[in-house]
Design a protein around this ligand. Sequence first.
Ligand code: SF4
Length: 502
Amino acid sequence: MKTLLPPLGLITVAALLPQEWDLRLVDLNVRPLTEADWDWAEMVMVSAMLCQKGGMLALIKEAKERGKPVVVGGPYPTSVPDDALTAGCDFLIKGEGENAIPLFLKALAGGQTTGVFESTEKPDMSDSPVPRFDLLDPAAYTSMSVQTSRGCPFECEFCDVIALYGRKPRYKRPRQVIAELESIYKLGWRGEMFVADDNFIGNKEHARAILNELIPWSMDRRQPYSFITQTSVNLGQDKSMIDLMTEANFSHVFVGVESPDEDVLAMTHKRVNIVNPLVESLSNINRNGLTVIASFIIGFDGEKKGVGNRIKALVEAASIPVVMVNLLQAGPHTKLWDRLKKEGRLLHIPAGVSEDKINFIPTRPETEIMSEYCDLWDCLYDPVRFYERAHRSILEMRPTRWALGIKGRDSPVTEAPVQLVPDKFGRNTLAVLRRILWQRGVLAPYRRKFWKLVIDAYRRNPSRIRKFFILCATAENMFPLRKVIRQRIESNGCGNSRGMHS
Ligand code: SF4
């Protein structure tokens, strides 16, 4: 099985270390550590996100038992440094590596054997080196990744991006981004490229500058990459930006819609989703050639019963096939965390460790939230409903640039099913297609409906039939999640009746 994305943070850190150091990258999502790795290493450097907490702490302990000095960094140790220090790490690097790694290297050269290093300044990304893509095994990943900026100008209460990276976005220069893409291109990678910005259009001038250099670079190489990124919903009010993105061969955008309820959006400071009409903006993005992957959160303060139905209504109205729904988690050092702590509502479930528990006392009964959460997943990924939404989104989307005979050529052969969960389905396009046709077009009880939608989509928007099947392939990894999520929630006792107004 392939893993979704490469560890971009670790290979960026690798580029910041002295280049005479002999480095070996072991991505534990790809392969286990071997005795030969342990014997070879003089020092162990570990990075982790909150959801990798258990693995990181176990790794620190094992490295210490084997007598290796351990350096840790990344979002989890930055947010919760005490865990890594208690587990026995020798050096802890907080925040972004560009400023903090030089402090660590200086201390190491001076003979220090322990220390916590943090720079008060956020680094200027225009000095960030090209990550060491050469340390990766490209065959192990379904997508490659670059990052052009960090930070986001908005101030959503639950978001840890602003806690970790700040509200003032910082940028790489266009030629740095092109140098990174060129380095990946020379390694032979082709296919999906995730632009791992927190909000690619956080500064539209920057986004345009990148796109203006990316388009000719990409065209000169016959568009080797199909890009995916994250943007705020205001993209839907800027057709010229969408056009530039599709010309550069962006195919999908993740958009944090969070809630269909204006009062909830106001409460969580997601004002960008109030000033930009949601259905209109999301529909505009889809209509102009970019598939939206919408993300919602359930469990906000002040959220009223029936939010699941309101999310369904929004998703249907905007014809969004691929939707992610999450339970609200208060992440350490977010504004939400600080407020809930002050209100005495934080629980002792470590944030980020369980996706199926709420780590605070919600304002309505938790059983009600969990029940709506499970029902929503069931409904969104009911295959017939999904295919109907996918069909509508294809009919509403303009034909490809190639079909319209205009500059750029979106949806070329590099576009692939988007992997939102580890891929159990395979990446070979023909194998994927064969399996969809067999399972949905022959075995499924709704096969007549499936074929009706396929034929209608082909008849009315032929240049987008490939995208229709890409959506179908993406859904193959989502359908089984309904059962998995319900089982996990039920094994947790389906939530309990705690809730401020229960
Ligand atoms: S728009 Fe997205 S990245 Fe920006 S603060 Fe809100 S949730 Fe975070």
